[in-house]
Design a protein around this ligand. Structure first.
Ligand SMILES: CC(C)(COP(=O)(O)OP(=O)(O)OC[C@H]1O[C@@H](n2cnc3c(N)ncnc32)[C@H](O)[C@@H]1OP(=O)(O)O)[C@@H](O)C(=O)NCCC(=O)NCCS
Length: 137
């Protein structure tokens, strides 16, 4: 729940706090897939579509959509719920890259990603295209 101390001067969730939630959700997805530690390598894009007011319930759903050798492309979808009415809005989408690391902080190979459902295949194809268009130098 968005508490007053998480808000900006307008009484909505501060963007930096939203980013922290997104980063944490992506970290959990990355660590689960990698089976070990992982770090944020880049936050490619965050679309702030709507403001989230104090008192709203925030849910971040992170999916690993594509993997390289040690890197993982992750999408985080954020929804905001008004607990009084149950109304839910899709407020933000973020694209994040995490890299799996070993105990010395060196990139570590991650398991292959095998999409199974139609949604996973679509996400895989989208992420593969996105990676080609935004290749890390
Ligand atoms: C991310 C990090 C581990 C990469 O280490 P590195 O020695 O530069 O790694 P490499 O150049 O060999 O690249 C390793 C992988 O990371 C990817 N990568 C590295 N930097 C990246 C970036 N900025 N954006 C996207 N991918 C990146 C590479 O494409 C490569 O992917 P692949 O293994 O799937 O082919 C290192 O830069 C690091 O530790 N950065 C700090 C992370 C951090 O502090 N995060 C915030 C706290 S969690």
């Amino acid at each position: 729940m968005v508490m007053p101390h998480m808000s900006n001067l307008l009484g909505d969730l501060f963007g930096g706090n939203l980013m922290a939630m997104v980063d944490q959700a992506a970290a959990i997805a990355a660590i689960r897939h990698a089976g070990g530690r992982a770090v944020t390598a880049s936050i490619h894009r965050v679309d702030f579509r709507e403001r989230i007011p104090v008192g709203a319930l925030v849910t971040c759903r992170a999916t690993v959509d594509f993997v390289g050798n040690s890197s993982m492309d992750i999408t985080v979808e954020v929804t905001s719920e008004n607990p009084s009415t149950g109304e839910t809005r899709n407020t933000h989408t973020a694209h994040v890259v995490f890299v799996s690391i070993d105990e010395y902080g060196r990139p570590r190979r991650v398991p292959r990603l095998i999409p199974e459902t139609e949604e996973e295949h679509l996400r895989y194809a989208d992420a593969e295209r996105y990676r080609k268009e935004h290749a890390h130098p």
